[in-house]
Design a protein around this ligand. Structure first.
Ligand code: FAD
Length: 453
């Protein structure tokens, strides 16, 4: 019987980080991916990552072929393009990376630390016995042979496909399915341009509920004449086709005249608060599988690495104690919620609010700076959102017959404060969890009823 201390499914950013942490502590780690080792890291992505993630994780900054650009800030355009928020500052400076080269670096970290890589192995589900996850069922893609691999702890780091999470039985106690209204589907291309972008240091984000309902489209420069551009649409809204919209609204722009596609593809982003719990007996769920992405801009590389690091450290402690119950793994929840999950949940309320706005409301909101550029920066870092609504603004909006919009804004800010308070009370053990989960679920249900009229 093939058995390890930990089996990690998915050698993406989350899985490699968890494998690196655990293997460097001397544990026996099996890292599985359905891709060939040479393709690991090749993922449809916006390729943007903040510098602060490298600082927080103690990782060297990208350099050489891995770095394709420096980000000084982000420009956010209103649907009518009359307002542009120019946001720069520590949280929004960073890099445009070569995603493949970066993914290969993380894979090297894991393998050099001693993790055993099983590539071209497709996992189909967990092995569950006596209310514990004990291993995984898989197929060797090269031979077609069915295999079983056992371990004390299994980590689901399989990205948006969440192959283990989706197949867990109810007694494990984690959410298995994610609502369609919490998923954005994207189409993205990397294009060689015939002309230069205006400002290669700035990532551009365009809000437009017609072109990208419930999402946005982006143009991220990879140097002066290459871009990563894409468009994301919420799955909440009937049957969107992001590729059609991308061709219609983005590629039709002058910037792309005679440009050539280098790479194209689609991907899903879970844009919601993190799973309420990432752990069960013998199982931990991290990265996109655990919904650890920033719900506003969809940045998930940094948070997934953070999820990998935290889970690696806590799993190591649990293995040393010889207890891999959900109670022993619970500090993963507490540490992630404190360091990032609480901010992410607040931003999720902001996301739900934004998705309910019309283009007209977005135009007004940005034109009258109801939230300032500085506050958008703070919000993106997870700090409190302050509304910039004085008496003069109230009079203007009253004159425009749009007091309802201001009321929604107040409700959004109030709900974020309520969510923050609830996360301050995140249970330190599993005992109080059912009651906490009921409360948080109710707040999010209410927010959707309120903002998605
Ligand atoms: C279009 C798009 C744009 C994005 N832009 C950005 C951005 O600019 N910045 C940013 O920070 N984030 C961005 N993200 C999000 C970011 O890419 C993810 O949050 C991040 O990669 C999550 O890492 P992960 O390790 O959880 O999953 P992944 O990186 O997806 O890795 C999962 C791994 O699991 C493997 N796997 C899956 N199923 C199985 C199975 N059954 N058996 C074996 N192996 C399996 C896969 O092959 C893969 O290697 C974007 C996402 C998309 C879709």
């Amino acid at each position: 019987m093939e058995k390890y201390d930990v089996v990690i499914v998915g050698a993406g950013t989350a899985g490699c980080m968890a494998a690196k942490v655990l293997a460097s502590k001397g544990f026996n780690i099996c890292l599985i991916d359905r891709k060939n080792s040479r393709s690991i890291g090749d993922k449809v992505c916006g390729d943007a990552i903040g510098k602060h993630h490298f600082d927080n994780l103690g990782l060297p900054y990208p350099s050489g072929e891995e770095k394709e650009g420096d980000i000084k800030g982000v420009k956010v355009y209103s649907p009518d393009k009359n307002s542009v928020f120019n946001i720069s500052g520590y949280g929004l400076t960073g890099f445009i990376i070569n995603r493949y080269a970066f993914g290969q670096r993380l894979l090297r970290y894991a393998v050099n630390a001693g993790a055993v890589l099983k590539d071209e192995v497709h996992v189909s589900g967990p092995i569950v016995k006596d209310e514990y996850v004990k291993g995984v069922l898989a197929v060797d893609v090269k031979t077609g042979k069915k295999i079983e691999i056992f371990s004390n702890v299994v980590v689901d780091a399989s990205g948006a496909s969440a192959v283990l999470r989706r197949n867990l039985p109810p007694e494990i106690g984690v959410e298995t399915s994610i609502g369609k209204d919490d998923i954005v589907v994207c189409y993205r291309e990397i294009r060689q341009l015939k002309r230069s972008v205006e400002d290669p240091g700035f990532c551009e984000i365009y809000l437009d509920q017609d072109a990208a309902p419930g999402g946005y489209y982006w143009i991220f420069p990879k140097g002066a004449t290459k871009v990563n551009a894409g468009l994301g649409v919420s799955l909440r809204l009937s049957n969107p086709n992001p590729k059609n919209n991308f061709y219609m609204h983005v590629l039709s722009q002058d910037l792309f005249k005679s440009s050539e596609m280098i790479d194209g593809g689609s991907g899903l982003v879970p844009t919601r608060r993190p799973l309420d719990s990432f752990v069960g007996n013998g199982i931990v769920i991290i990265g996109d599988a655990g919904c650890q992405v920033n719900p506003i801009h969809g940045g998930g590389i940094g948070p997934s690495m953070m999820g990998g690091k935290i889970s690696g450290e806590v799993i190591a402690e649990a293995l040393e104690k010889g207890d891999v119950s959900s109670r022993a793994l619970w500090p993963i929840n507490v540490r992630f919620m404190k360091s990032y999950g609480a901010k992410q949940a607040g931003l999720d309320i902001f996301r739900i609010f934004l998705q309910g706005l019309t283009n007209e409301e977005l135009n007004y909101g940005m034109r009258y700076q109801l939230i300032t550029e500085e506050d958008v920066l703070k919000a993106s870092l997870g700090e409190e959102i302050h509304l910039n609504i004085g008496e003069a603004t109230r009079r203007i909006f009253s004159g425009l017959g749009r007091l309802g919009f201001l009321k929604s804004l107040y409700m959004m800010a109030k709900t974020i404060r309520e969510v923050r308070r609830l996360y301050d009370e995140y249970p330190s053990t599993p005992d109080a969890f059912p009651e906490w989960r009921e409360k948080i679920t109710e707040v999010f249900k209410r927010a959707k009823r309120l903002f998605w009229r």
